[in-house]
Design a protein around this ligand. Structure first.
Ligand SMILES: NC(=O)c1ccc[n+]([C@@H]2O[C@H](COP(=O)([O-])OP(=O)(O)OC[C@H]3O[C@@H](n4cnc5c(N)ncnc54)[C@H](OP(=O)(O)O)[C@@H]3O)[C@@H](O)[C@H]2O)c1
Length: 344
C-alpha cells in the first residue's frame, strides 16, 4: 500500500478517493484545502488522519507518498511543482497546464527527482482501450472519425443568471476546450499522433471563456472532427469509420458503450459502461504500478508522458489559432480581461 494526499475538495476528488481505495493499493493519509475547517471536514468525510491548509505542509508530510491534484487548471503548475520539489509522486487532473513549456518543465523535474508524474486522463488506463484498438483493426484504415464531448454544464444556469462559476472564468484557464476538448484531442493524438493541419471554429462567451468548438484535424488519408460544448447536450456517439464498418463509442472520455457496426449490417457490443470511481481506480492502479514497478512499466509510462506533452503542445497551438488566451500566456497575444480571483 502507498499513502496519498489530495488537493481539491470537489466531487471529482471524491471519485478519485473512492477509486483509489477500491483498488486496494492506496490509503488516504492527508487532504489539503485552502480553508483549514474545510480540510478537516473533508479529511473526516474520507477517513484521512491529516488535514492541511497549505500545499507546502502537504508536500512536506512524510506520511504522504503521492498526491492527487484536482485544483483549478491555473493552479496545476504551481501545485505540481511544489509537490515534485518535495519528492512526492503526482497524478494531476487534465488538462495539466495551458502552456506546454510548463508541462515539459514538470516532466523534467519529475525525471530529475526520480518521481512519477501523470496526467489523470482516464481512457489511457482502461482495459477496454485494447478492445477499442482491436475493434478498429476490424474496420480497416479509419478515414473519418468524429470525437464528441458535448455536455451542457451544470453551472451554465448560474452563469446565465450573472454569476461567474470557475468553469467559465478564463482566469482559471477553463472553458470548453480545456475542460472537454482535451478528451477529444487525447484519443486522436494517441491513435494517430499530431495532425498535419487543423482548423478550429469556436463560440465565445461574454466572460471570455469558450463555450463550444469544432476542430477538424487533417491527417494523410484521414479527417477527424472534434466537437465539444458546455452549452448543449449531445445524444450522438463518437465514431471511427473505415471501409469495413464503424466503431461507435458512447462516451469517449470514459471509453464506455463501445460497439462495432460491420458493413454487412451486423452489430457487436464490445464494452459496456463503468461507474466513474472504477475508471479512476484503474488510473490509480496504473499510477501505483508506475511507482512500484518502474522498470517493467517504463515504456508505458514514457508513452503517457510523451503523449501528455504532445497534447499540451497541440492544445496550445489550437488556442493560439482560436484566440483563446489566458493571463499566463506570454506568447499568444494580449491577455484576457481579469475576472474573479485565483488564490493559490
Ligand atoms: N477526470 C474528470 O472526469 C474530471 C472531472 C471534473 C474535473 N476534472 C478536473 O479536475 C480539476 C478540478 O476541477 P473542479 O471542477 O473540481 O474545479 P473547482 O471546483 O473549480 O475547484 C477545485 C478545488 O479547488 C479549490 N478552488 C476552487 N476555486 C478556487 C480558486 N479560485 N482559487 C484556488 N482554489 C480554488 C477548491 O478547493 P478548496 O477551496 O477546498 O481548496 C475546489 O474544491 C480540473 O483540472 C478539472 O479539469 C476532471
Amino acid at each position: 500500500m502507498l499513502n496519498f494526499g489530495t488537493i481539491g475538495t470537489g466531487w471529482i476528488t471524491d471519485e478519485f478517493i473512492a477509486g483509489a481505495k477500491d483498488s486496494g493499493l492506496w490509503e488516504l493519509a492527508a487532504v489539503y484545502s485552502r480553508d483549514l475547517e474545510r480540510a478537516r471536514a473533508y479529511a473526516q468525510k474520507h477517513g484521512a488522519k491529516l488535514a492541511f491548509a497549505t500545499v507546502e505542509e502537504l508536500a512536506s508530510c512524510p506520511q504522504v507518498d503521492a498526491v492527487y491534484v484536482a485544483s483549478p487548471n491555473a493552479l496545476h503548475h504551481a501545485h505540481c511543482k511544489t509537490l515534485l520539489e518535495h519528492g512526492k509522486h503526482v497524478i494531476c487532473e487534465k488538462p495539466l497546464c495551458a502552456q506546454a513549456a510548463k508541462v515539459r518543465e514538470l516532466y523534467a523535474l519529475a525525471e530529475k527527482k526520480g518521481l512519477v508524474f501523470l496526467e489523470a486522463i482516464m481512457f489511457l488506463h482502461q482495459p477496454q482501450l485494447k478492445k477499442l484498438e482491436s475493434a478498429l483493426g476490424e474496420i480497416g484504415p479509419v478515414s473519418m472519425a468524429k470525437l464528441d464531448f458535448c455536455q451542457r454544464s451544470s453551472k451554465l444556469d448560474r452563469y446565465l443568471s450573472g454569476e461567474l462559476p470557475n468553469i467559465f472564468n478564463p482566469r482559471l484557464e477553463t472553458g470548453a476546450f480545456m475542460d472537454l476538448g482535451v478528451y477529444c484531442v487525447y484519443p486522436a493524438l494517441y491513435l494517430w499522433g499530431k495532425p498535419s493541419g487543423f482548423r478550429i471554429s469556436c463560440r465565445r462567451m461574454e466572460s471570455g471563456a469558450d463555450g463550444s468548438g469544432v476542430i477538424t484535424l487533417e491527417y494523410p488519408g484521414k479527417l477527424a472532427v472534434l466537437t465539444y460544448s458546455k452549452l448543449s447536450q449531445a445524444g450522438a456517439n463518437s465514431d471511427f469509420q473505415g471501409p469495413e464498418g464503424t466503431v461507435a463509442v458512447e462516451s469517449i472520455s470514459k471509453l464506455g458503450g463501445i460497439s462495432l457496426w460491420r458493413k454487412d449490417g451486423s452489430q457487436e457490443e464490445i464494452y459496456g459502461q463503468d461507474e466513474k470511481y472504477k475508471l479512476m481506480g484503474n488510473e490509480a492502479k496504473d499510477f501505483y504500478r508506475y511507482i512500484t514497478e518502474p522498470e517493467a512499466s517504463r515504456e508505458e509510462y514514457t508513452r503517457c508522458a510523451q503523449l501528455a506533452v504532445d497534447v499540451a503542445e497541440f492544445m496550445e497551438d489550437v488556442r493560439r489559432e482560436a484566440g483563446i488566451r489566458f493571463q499566463s500566456d506570454k506568447t499568444l497575444g494580449a491577455p484576457v480581461s481579469p475576472a474573479g480571483s485565483v488564490d493559490a
